[in-house]
Ligand binder design. Structure first.
Ligand code: AMP
Ligand code: MG
Length: 366
């Protein structure tokens, strides 16, 4: 199969692929997603194949507006609507209870007209998308092209990030093509992603609500709207053996480039000095550092790969650049990557979380 890159003018063709049960690379403001019709179990099944994703890792459903929540969720707390008001469309995923079918609805379904992908599961969303959980992740994305696809397809789009499982998420159509060439019919090119890290995931099925993954909507912003918000321990540390994760995705290796990563946290100047001191002076050690420290690593006889993450104080820029930087390192032959890691404020929490996972929590505090 040849993977086509579609221009924004071809959005109707893109929506047609989805409606026809095919896979579509889809731009969102967070990262590129690998989308399928979320109500079609066969289409959803192909996502897992194309990514090499474990079947027990559920997908997020992308919807047009909070008005669609009632179609797919039940026991929706008032908090969900307050959050939607504040942050949708935008990079926030809410975990809610998936709507169950009544016995009567199931009966009607069995006796009514069916198509090749009608599913008879106990819940309105097929188990293939929710990994059989009784909850579902819902997000209303902001990217105009993504919204246009949802509007045209009139179905919730199930989409995880568009990378091969375990690799850094794609933030451009070209990056997605690196991973999905020959595996999917098309990628809709919506330009580089504005946020650069995946959505914030908030579990609203527990009290207080719990942050499962930090992202573009910050913990501070969530607390402004909701008051108390708990933070899952997996956000900042490695899950221990035998520990049961709240989100199935938490237990898998993520975002990793080919070479091992060492994350260095703390005061940026001290961090840069630490890396400079411990770095091997060969081209086998690559560096991802804040803009200010580029000159410290670029000098010398070795042609070492050095990539800027943006200014130390600009965490939004760091979020936009992180996955590109990790992927760029894959284009070199480095054997180790040193990376400066921001502090936990604002979107820094999301950048630090991705970087720490990429590093397998090999973190040095300076
Ligand atoms: P990604 O593959 O990067 O799009 O990640 C999707 C994330 O959403 C995974 O880590 C999933 O575990 C998480 N997720 C999706 N649905 C649920 C759910 N019902 N409960 C908990 N986490 C979920
Ligand atoms: Mg992912």
């Amino acid at each position: 199969m040849k993977t086509q890159i579609l221009s924004p003018a071809e959005v109707e063709k893109a929506a047609g692929i989805l409606k026809g049960g095919g896979l579509l690379g889809i731009p969102t403001e967070t990262v590129y997603g690998l989308g399928a019709d979320g109500l079609n179990p066969m289409a959803v099944g192909q996502i897992f194949q194309a990514k090499g994703r474990p079947q027990d890792n559920p997908l997020i459903l992308h919807i047009w507006s909070a008005g669609w929540l009632e179609r797919y969720c039940e026991d929706i707390p008032d908090m969900a609507y307050r959050l939607a008001e504040a942050f949708w469309p935008g990079p926030l995923t809410m975990i809610l209870k998936c709507k169950r079918r009544t016995p009567q609805e199931l009966e009607e379904l069995k006796n009514g007209p069916v198509c090749s992908y009608t599913h008879f599961g106990p819940r309105v969303i097929p188990d293939a998308a929710t990994a059989g959980l009784d909850t579902v992740g819902m997000r209303c994305p902001a990217h105009p092209l993504c919204r246009e696809v949802i509007r045209l397809a009139q179905t919730p789009i199930a989409a995880p990030s568009g990378n091969t499982s375990g690799r850094p998420s794609p933030t451009t159509a070209r990056h997605m093509l690196e991973d999905m060439e020959g595996k999917i019919p098309a990628i809709l090119d919506g330009g580089p992603c504005a946020v650069g890290v995946e959505s914030t995931i908030l579990d609203l099925t527990c009290r207080p609500p719990r942050l499962l993954r930090p992202g573009g909507v910050t913990l501070e912003q969530l607390r402004e709207v909701l008051g108390e918000v708990a933070v899952d321990p997996a956000v900042t540390r490695q899950m221990e053996a035998g520990e049961k994760p709240r989100a199935p995705g938490m237990k898998y290796r993520h975002y990793a480039p080919k070479a091992p990563v060492v994350a260095v946290r703390g005061d940026p100047e001290r961090g840069a000095a630490y890396i400079r001191e411990h770095l091997s002076h060969t081209r086998w050690d690559g560096v991802i550092c804040f803009e200010e420290f580029l000159p410290m690593f670029a000098e010398g006889p070795t042609e070492r790969p050095v990539i800027s993450l943006g200014p130390a104080t600009d965490q939004g820029e760091q979020a936009r650049r992180l996955f590109d930087a990790l992927r760029a390192m894959d284009g070199t032959d480095v054997k180790r990557i040193w990376a400066q890691c921001p502090g936990d404020g604002g979107i820094g929490l999301a950048v630090a979380n991705r970087l720490n996972k990429a590093a397998g929590f090999h973190i040095i505090e300076v």
